[in-house]
Design a protein. Sequence first.
Length: 266
Amino acid sequence: MITSLRKRRLQDDGPGKPYERRLETTAQLEELSVLSRNDLVERCALPRGNPGYVETECLLYFVRRTRVDNSDSYFDRLYGLLMKRVLKRLPKAESAGGRAESFNVGEIRDKMFERFVTLVAEDHRVYSEKLDFYEIRFESALAGSRKDAERKVWREDNRRTSLSYDDESGDLSKEVEEAAGECDPFDVARKSSTNYRLRLDPAIDTLPPEQRRIVEMVRLGIPIDSNETFAVTISKTLDRSEKTIRTHRNLAFRAIERFTKDGDDR
């Protein structure tokens, strides 16, 4: 039994008919729904062009269904395949020659990715109608997400002030770091909340693998970068630039903030 979508179309006199998947999407879902979990994961891993290729709308459906399957490993396998597809569809944050990152495009890419990860995390807790259109036209939904991200980046560019760095360490200034740390998931005051502590680990588990590794290293007190030659840092360990690490850390912190805020004690 394929679960129906819940979101309804808007009409002048109120909510209209529920969203409906394309016929070809429904047909493939019915075909796939009889497979075992392992067989389904193997089918979803097939590349585009393969006769057994699973459309992204269908892959998303099964990721969302793991909410009631109570299997973290099953979710992780399907979620990983979905994220690989999403990353391939995001705008490339490089110049034509592949040498230099475009700052604006990089920001748009990060916002799109953060938005989608947040939607999936929210839906994994409680059904979210915000993902329903992705099951109808995934590419169109992602294109809409890009337009939203472009508008946000444009607005931020117009009010952005230059970032300042510490002359000695080369790190971002204290003011900038404090702004990023406003949603620090490991803040002592927040950790005193029992409800928050219970939600923190599940929130971290919803993050993409790289963000999860970064967050766990931050949790252990490992610095992002250091002027000391032999110091253990996140940047060295993951072989990524300091800027990239900070970007992913901030994305992760904001995603955790959204995941946990509804459960905070008040």
